[in-house]
Design a protein around this ligand. Structure first.
Ligand SMILES: CC(C)(COP(=O)(O)OP(=O)(O)OC[C@H]1O[C@@H](n2cnc3c(N)ncnc32)[C@H](O)[C@@H]1O)[C@@H](O)C(=O)NCCC(=O)NCCS
Ligand SMILES: Nc1ncnc2c1ncn2[C@@H]1O[C@H](COP(=O)(O)OP(=O)(O)OP(=O)(O)O)[C@@H](O)[C@H]1O
Length: 201
């Protein structure tokens, strides 16, 4: 079974993904794939350099993620131009890995961490969607602390995504990560037992 794992930036998707893999789930992480497809030598990196200029590259030719982030999170049009380059490549790798896992491990639960699942209209790939939720204010706080961003920079990143309350409404499975890690763990244990007992995993 495939589950799409989503939420807002810094609501705790990676934290929840780790809890699920510790219990035996397979994981496909789209943020990780997004990094792989822009490694030096990959066609997407050349296209990014053509579109945004060589100033988004570091001296060694790798992507300057901080600089590109500053450009694309300040301007919707620039962000869409980047997505037009990266998203098709990311999606192709995702589909391939999902097919590989389904063939090799048909009985295992496969969790696909997709930050922009709803924004990109990817629900059809998953039997169910799990949303990791924290209220917006907590999301902003955790994002500023983890990525050392100013309030303004963090707000810009949030503005590039669907509101977390809307994602909460759309969820098939809701994980509230605004409490302690132990409280989140208990929710994952409950989910894990339910899927195992119903034979869906
Ligand atoms: C702009 C980039 C270089 C900034 O890199 P940086 O290392 O600062 O951030 P990182 O990649 O770790 O992303 C962190 C989070 O930002 C958010 N985010 C990233 N890209 C986007 C986007 N296009 N729109 C909205 N939110 C985004 C996601 O919640 C993601 O989990 C990078 O995010 C990128 O290449 N984005 C385009 C590809 C993409 O859409 N990735 C996210 C989903 S697959
Ligand atoms: N229950 C919790 N209580 C306090 N802090 C938490 C909790 N869960 C996660 N965090 C912290 O919040 C931050 C965001 O969590 P995490 O990196 O898992 O989010 P994410 O949704 O994967 O982020 P991204 O969208 O950038 O990939 C991290 O610094 C993490 O340590």
């Amino acid at each position: 079974m495939n589950i799409g794992l989503t939420g807002g930036i810094a609501t705790g998707k990676s934290t929840v993904a780790k809890l699920l893999t510790e219990r035996g789930a397979l994981l496909i992480d789209l943020d990780k794939i997004a990094r792989e497809i822009v490694e030096p030598g990959q066609p997407a990196l050349n296209r990014i350099a053509e579109r945004f200029g060589r100033e988004v590259l570091q001296e060694d030719g790798s992507l300057d993620r901080k600089k590109l982030g500053q450009i694309v999170f300040a301007d919707d049009q620039e962000r869409k131009a980047l997505e037009a380059i990266t998203h098709p490549a990311i999606r192709a790798v995702m589909k391939q890995r999902m097919a590989d896992y389904a063939r090799k491990y048909p009985q295992r639960l496969c969790v696909v961490d997709v930050p922009l699942l709803y924004e990109s209209g990817l629900t059809e790939y998953f039997e169910r969607v799990m949303v990791v939720y924290v209220p917006r204010e907590e999301q902003l706080k955790r994002l500023m602390t983890r990525d050392k961003l100013s309030a303004e920079e963090a707000e810009r990143r949030l503005a590039a995504q669907m509101d977390i309350e809307e994602k909460k409404r759309r969820a098939d499975i809701l994980i509230d990560n605004s409490g302690t890690l132990e409280e989140t763990q208990a929710q994952i244990d409950r989910f894990w037992q339910q899927t195992e007992h119903s034979g869906q995993a």
